[in-house]
Design a protein around this ligand. Structure first.
Ligand SMILES: C[S@@+](CC[C@H](N)C(=O)[O-])C[C@H]1O[C@@H](n2cnc3c(N)ncnc32)[C@H](O)[C@@H]1O
Length: 201
């Protein structure tokens, strides 16, 4: 499939249009994800998190169950309105173009940065470093592999994916002021996932 236009804009438009469908899909948090989020919670230890691409806000709620305070954001207004309708504060933030404001103990982005081009990923990694202190954390998941692809799975609308190898991630993170603490490979249905935790360097 070849979509015409900016890959990130097309992907975000698909989430905007497909937010209700995304949120309505049956969801059970897998064991690996629960372990990963619990590990982040332990490292952040009751602190503050800026979440990028919160979607319906499931991870935010889970993280808050450990006593953390999560600032919810998403590039799609539809998701932001969904979280607001549930009583949460949430802001529209297109991570490619928007400013990251405030100071947090960690930046978390689950299944979000995989939609960015590699140069956009680097830009976001740098902006994330700018909003955490000397002990700050950066935790995110991407799909493992090479190159890029389009998919209409789940939403029936085009989303663009950039795949990453562990070595590439470590290298880019290091240039953006992050020390990689761990990268766990988690088996996924179509591609494996990389669960990454980095600390300010
Ligand atoms: C696969 S969903 C993951 C949502 C949520 N983190 C979760 O795990 O359920 C990807 C999310 O990234 C958001 N997103 C995509 N491109 C974005 C961008 N440029 N800026 C901010 N959010 C974006 C989408 O709107 C969507 O909520």
């Amino acid at each position: 499939m070849i979509a015409v236009g900016d890959a990130g804009d097309i992907t975000l438009a698909s989430y905007e249009a497909g937010a209700n469908l995304y949120a309505a899909r049956p969801y059970v948090m897998g064991e690996a994800m629960a372990r990963y989020l619990a590990r982040i919670a332990k490292l952040v230890d009751g602190g503050t998190i800026l979440e990028l691409g919160s979607g319906p806000g499931r991870d935010a709620e889970y993280l808050e169950s450990f006593g953390l305070s999560v600032t919810r954001t998403d590039g799609a207004l539809a998701f932001v309105e969904m979280m607001r309708a549930e009583g949460f504060t949430a802001e529209v933030l297109d991570i490619r173009t928007g400013q990251f404001n405030g100071t947090y103990d960690a930046v978390v982005a689950n299944a979000v940065l995989l939609h960015l081009r590699r140069d956009e990923f680097e830009f976001v990694a740098r902006k994330s470093r700018g909003v955490v202190g000397a002990e700050g954390m950066f935790a995110f998941t991407v799909k493992k592999g090479d190159g890029t692809s389009w998919s209409k799975a789940k939403l029936g609308l085009p989303r663009h994916f950039t795949f990453w190898q562990e070595g590439q991630l470590r290298q880019v993170l290091a240039t953006c002021g992050w020390e990689t603490l761990s990268i766990d490979t988690v088996v996924g249905p179509t591609a494996d996932w990389l669960h990454v935790i980095a600390r300010a360097n």
